[in-house]
Write a protein that binds this ligand. Structure first.
Ligand SMILES: Cc1ncc(COP(=O)(O)O)c(C=O)c1O
Length: 400
């Protein structure tokens, strides 16, 4: 099949605009008329230094990142950050409160889906007898069936630890596997508005740059892999507040676990993300994607397009849910704009729909292997027209 005949609804790595990939292909062969391709340049060259600066500055402008925060680029993906967050923020907390007993030093996890669950498990692994991970809330307890991730629990259900003992509070803004998202009502920052705010950490991997980030300045750290909305895998973007850039070796002397230098946020900041060779190609494509977004008016208009895409799709799905044909997996108010999850009541109908979609070039619609059903990912590169074509196939396969 030709690229023009396909719509890629994959959950990531996912679709990128064709025009951007064409431009990237040219730069791969010959960057800025150097006669050398982008991935053949030195990462210490002037050309790449400019690219690094441009990427930083376009993210800063588009997301309105305050000057209190650094924007850093690294590798290792969201999963790498599950580990880095623990190591850096425990080091920070040890410097601030060296005398706490391990059982008093707490990492607070809000678990609303498969990815925050994984991050919580990694925190338990890496606590290493120096701290404990606290499950603030497990959203499965407030789910319809008692076992699925289908909601963001009301703040009244949350059990946050005492603020001074808390090394950080962690949440995942958009749960890619389950289709659960915070942004409808946004994170309940009012819970943290006391005299001492523990650092707030957010995994934005699958919603980064799909709309503005509410109360960005109130986050100590935001991280995201590029491979959903803005580029290829390999690039991880960090937005880090100054006070999180701590001397991990000084913390080690006070009893914290050692931190690999490539994972220490201060190392990345001190070297402007060039401590070691960065993911050059992924940074390049991400810059081109963001320039394309900027040329079309930036995050404001993009948010409106993304709002519209999910609204028309959920509307149709809710209609079929009322008729008993399918079930939306996530409760109203917690539904993701980026990953729409549902299942057909009759598995034969589901099979027919998937086959019919595939034959029309609508691909990667199967739900994550751990949860099944259907998952439609509506990242930035998916257009409203393409969502409408999916809806037509859905109507046709249901004989409507
Ligand atoms: C929300 C979220 N966090 C973390 C990850 C892990 O990312 P990576 O595969 O880049 O380690 C993913 C991957 O899909 C994700 O969707």
């Amino acid at each position: 099949m030709d690229r023009q005949q396909v719509v890629n609804f994959g959950a990531g790595p996912s679709a990128l605009p064709t025009s951007v990939l064409e431009k990237a292909a040219k730069g791969l062969l010959n960057y800025n008329d150097n006669g050398i391709g982008l991935v053949e340049l030195s990462h210490r060259s002037k050309d790449f230094a400019k690219l690094n600066d441009d990427l930083e500055s376009i993210i800063r402008t588009q997301l309105d990142v305050p000057s209190t925060h650094h924007i850093l680029f690294t590798q290792g993906g969201g999963s790498g950050q599950f580990s880095s967050v623990v190591m850096n923020l425990l080091a920070r907390h040890t410097l601030l409160h060296p005398d706490l007993k391990p059982e008093e030093r707490v990492m607070d996890y809000i678990v609303t889906g498969s990815w925050s669950k994984k991050a919580y498990e990694e925190a338990n692994r890496l606590a290493g007898g120096k701290a404990v991970a606290n499950l603030v809330v497990d959203a499965r307890r407030t789910s319809k069936d008692g076992k699925s991730f289908d909601n963001v629990p009301q703040p009244s259900e949350w059990k946050l630890s005492p603020a001074a003992n808390t090394a950080f509070i962690y949440y995942c803004e958009n749960e890619t596997v389950d289709g659960v998202q915070f942004s409808d009502s946004s994170f309940p920052h009012h819970l943290l508005e006391n005299s001492f705010n523990p650092p707030l950490v957010a995994d934005y991997s699958s919603s980064f740059m799909s709309r503005p980030i509410p109360r960005i300045a109130d986050h100590a750290l935001i991280f995201a892999g590029a491979q959903k909305n803005i580029g290829p895998s390999g690039l991880t973007i960090l937005i880090v507040r100054n006070d999180v850039l701590v001397d991990v070796d000084a913390a080690y002397k006070l009893g914290a676990n050692p931190v690999p230098l490539t994972m220490a946020y201060k190392t990345l900041a001190d070297s402007k993300s060039l401590y070691n060779t960065p993911p050059m190609f992924a940074m390049y494509v991400s810059l081109l994607v963001l320039q394309d977004i900027q040329a079309k008016g930036g995050l404001g208009p993009l948010e409106e397009v993304n709002r519209q895409k999910q609204a028309i799709l959920y509307d149709v799905l809710e209609g079929y849910e009322e008729k008993g044909i399918l079930k939306l997996k996530v409760q109203k108010g917690s539904r993701s704009w980026m990953n729409v999850t549902f299942e057909f009541v009759d598995k034969q109908v589901e099979k027919t729909f998937l086959e019919s979609a595939e034959s029309k070039g609508l691909k990667q619609l199967k739900g994550h292997r751990s949860v099944g059903g259907i998952r439609v990912s509506l990242y930035n590169a998916i257009t409203e027209e393409q969502v409408k074509s999916l809806i037509s196939v859905l109507h046709a396969s249901l004989g409507a």
